[in-house]
Write a protein that binds this ligand. Structure first.
Ligand code: GLC
Length: 533
């Protein structure tokens, strides 16, 4: 089958590892690089092509690694540079790519750059961060809010200025308008590319440049008390500034010099703004993360319209991508329920574009409730009572039924799910009807049939329950029908003559059945039909 012209990051399946919670090998209750190495064979068995690892660098861990104090080393908690070298070599030997998480918007307040910058107004690195005088009455320079609660300015008594931090006060924002900052971060990228990494997931890409005049953000008329404080304002001047695209383009040019690499941008923006990050002539981010399946209500007609809108908004040759979860969001199995999570998996793995799987999704891992006094996540700690902690979606991966689920020999940093003895990798590997088996089979079919990854997407029909579409490549055609509700519904292929055989289904007893005329789907059922020519 002719598939030329499609690159590894277009055909491949990405798997996100949150390293603290994947596999501990040294008994400190925290996952490590040796743990990832140990599980590479598993990921290979599952059919994963690309691994994205959340930050592994030295960090005071105020935001669990997203506060970096050295961009070019490995945190001893996770291991050593030798472990990293081994990880990348072993991944490559298995034919897998490795992507690192780059956090260019902010450093830790313990990064030497910031320590220098705050040491004096005349320090050469002063302008590497965003320093500003107080207003005449001593108040903060503008009304910007921190994503993690409170205002976004921190007073420095010694040098008598405020600095800006979009996240924690321990995460000062770099000043990306300063060419020295740009060069320093490009050197970081070169360091890891020279080591052979295959690309970067770029943290909060849309935050990187702020309004040059630091104007006040307008009020958000739709804010309600249930939301994070941050949502009181619309971040019109603090995020998504036109100049950010120049930066993204420079990063792209840099990685392009290393061959077939990838830049994935973390961007929470509406579709029309998101697609701008593909850049002029597609020379921006290869994959601006498409988070629609995380943020939309789980309703067939809404999802169907969102897919259409996304497909329509993509620039020519802009490659789509889809995500069901990550370390900042409620897990899909908690959001839509376990039965529906299988339908979601089928959606993720039959849509056009690159799918990213969040560790544990493949076994139907759910959010694990964490007692209020056990919360570790700063977002949860800073805004108590709003259920904003991200700990529940970051709990240890249960590998087997042994103590601590085979994740660690000691008490893990966050608790395992209570049902880990039942819901774990080992149990599901042996079960032909498990979520894991279903994921593996879907991935296998997706890899075998180019129609499912790179083929065209054509919506067929959707209503408040059903979502259906056709994927086609050369003469191979597949029809996907998903029931996004727990109620029975009927699919009637009106106007189109659709005949074929079900090749994989959420409920395996449907497999092998013909589709010929009206078809009834039980609640939470999804089918993939190979259509007759
Ligand atoms: C991104 C990360 C999140 C982190 C934040 C600040 O949104 O995904 O985990 O807290 O950036 O770096």
């Amino acid at each position: 089958m002719e598939q030329k012209g499609f690159l590894w990051w277009q055909r491949g399946i990405i798997y996100q590892i949150y390293p603290r919670s994947f596999q501990d090998t040294n008994g400190d209750g925290i996952g490590d690089l040796k743990g990832i190495i140990r599980k590479l064979e598993y990921l290979h068995w599952l059919g994963i092509d690309v691994i994205w690892v959340s930050p592994i660098y030295p960090s005071p861990m105020k935001d669990f690694g997203y506060d970096i104090s050295n961009y070019t080393d490995v945190h001893p908690l996770f291991g050593s540079m030798a472990d990293f070298d081994e990880l990348i070599t072993r991944a490559h030997t298995l034919g897998m790519k490795l992507i690192l998480d780059l956090v260019p918007n902010h450093t830790s307040n313990e990064h030497p750059w910031f320590i220098e910058s705050r040491s004096g107004r005349d320090n050469p690195k002063r302008d590497w961060y965003i320093w500003k005088d107080a207003q005449e009455d001593g108040s903060v320079p503008n009304n910007w809010l921190s994503v993690f609660g409170g205002n976004a300015w921190e007073w420095d008594e010694q040098t008598r200025q405020y600095y800006y931090h979009a996240f924690l006060k321990e995460q000062p924002d770099l000043n990306w308008r300063n060419p020295e900052v740009q060069q320093a971060m490009y050197n970081v990228m070169r360091f890891w590319l020279d080591k052979g990494v295959d690309g970067f997931r770029i943290d909060v890409m849309w935050h990187m440049i702020k309004d040059s005049q630091l104007r006040d953000n307008p009020l958000n008329p739709d804010y309600t008390d249930l939301q994070a404080d941050y949502n009181r304002l619309l971040p019109v001047y603090s995020t998504d500034q036109p100049e950010v695209h120049d930066i993204v383009r420079q990063m792209r040019t840099l990685v392009d010099n290393y061959g077939e690499k990838v830049i994935i941008g973390e961007i929470y923006l509406p579709i029309e703004k998101l697609v701008v990050y593909y850049g002029v002539d597609n020379l921006g981010a290869h994959l601006p993360f498409n988070f629609q399946l995380l943020t939309l209500p789980w309703e067939a007609s809404k999802i169907s319209s969102a897919i259409d809108a996304y497909e329509a908004a993509l620039p020519i040759n802009g490659w789509p991508n889809w995500v069901l979860g990550n370390h900042d969001q409620q897990r899909i199995a908690s959001r839509v329920g376990l039965a529906q999570a299988k339908v979601a998996a089928m959606l993720l793995l039959t849509l056009r574009g690159t799918p990213t799987i969040y560790y544990g999704e493949e076994i139907g891992m759910k959010d694990v409730p964490i007692e209020e006094d056990q919360i570790r996540d700063p977002q949860g700690l800073n805004m108590p009572g709003k259920h904003l902690s991200r700990d529940p979606e970051r709990t240890p991966m249960p590998w087997d039924s042994s103590t601590y689920g085979g994740f660690s020999k000691e008490q893990p940093w966050l608790p395992l799910a209570r049902d880990y003895k039942r819901v774990n990798v080992q149990k599901q590997q042996d079960d032909p009807f498990s979520m894991l088996t279903f994921y593996r089979r879907l991935i296998e079919i997706r890899k075998k049939e180019p129609a499912l990854s790179i083929g065209s997407y054509r919506p067929v029909y959707s209503n408040h329950q059903l979502l259906s579409y056709i994927r086609e490549w050369n003469n191979d055609k597949f029809l996907v029908i998903l029931n996004l509700t727990p109620g029975v519904c009927y699919f009637t292929p009106a106007h189109i003559d659709l005949k074929g055989t079900i090749i994989i289904a959420t409920h395996s007893e449907l497999e092998g059945l013909p589709l010929n005329g009206t078809f009834g789907l039980g609640g939470d059922e999804g089918i993939l039909v190979k259509l007759e020519e």
